[in-house]
Design a protein around this ligand. Sequence first.
Ligand code: UDP
Length: 307
Amino acid sequence: MRLVITGGAGFLGSHLAERFLGQGHAVTVLDNLLTGRLENIEPLFGRPGFTFVKQDVTNFIHVPGKVDAVLHFASPASPDDYAKYPIPTLKVGALGTHKALGLAKDKKAIFMIASTSEIYGDPLVTPQKEDYWGNVNPIGPRGVYDEAKRFAEAMTMAYHRYHKMPVRILRIFNTYGPRMRKNDGRAVPNFITQALKNKPITVYGRGNQTRSLCYVSDLVAGIDALLHSNINTPVNIGNPRELTILSIAKLIKKLTGSRSAIVHKPLPTDDPKVRRPDIALAKRELKWQPRVSLEEGLKATIEYFRS
Ligand code: UDP
């Protein structure tokens, strides 16, 4: 197969590129390097079948030759990043999805959109199942990401229904692992960097909000399974083990052997109070479930940040 991965120099995109190249497929990465980094894909340069094009996918995309799958993973993805780049975030989710769908249609390729648990907003139902419509504030600071991804899902379903295109809608829950940027503002990189420097660990609010953290290799295996399925409707991929943010901070402190104090900072606007995937659909249809424990995954991530 030949795959095009937008955002392929980012955290998830680069792990996907590596996985598919390793399986003998050809991979073309398109990335404008706004939040992606060349160092994530440096080891892939020179590997047979790998190409990189520095490109903003909100503009017309042309890729010569055959393409079997287009995976649209380009987007700022941490709350700090999309607060910093609100308009590029809306554009890549809306215009970028349209361009990537157009490329897939032209090439008669499968299209996959990296959607998110953020489409559930601050959920009133837990765990979140694919048939829950969500509770999103369209005009809040997170709305630029949430609504762009909701639009992206709507656009993807429209192409599926109108053009009869094969599509995959992946709803990604909080994922962590090597290649996250230490300054992307998310809880796991913040806590690990702070703990390693024995600086205060910043827990927002009381820390009783929950998240469910999935290790990147598990997520990537789920994506591979979804791509090769024939499910055209959304599928949650994530780890259902739910913890409070305070307990995640304490666990990271313990695993790093840190002397950091845990301090509290104001809770950001519209910060979801709970988040936990219902993965019954993925288990049943993809025969997929996460395998890496949080302790194991955090240890590997801590090693990456240490080095
Ligand atoms: N958070 C925190 N301290 C930090 C960064 C994040 O307490 O230094 C909290 C944040 O308020 C949220 C949770 O950790 O409740 C997860 O935040 P993250 O930015 O990782 O992703 P989100 O799930 O909110 O998109």
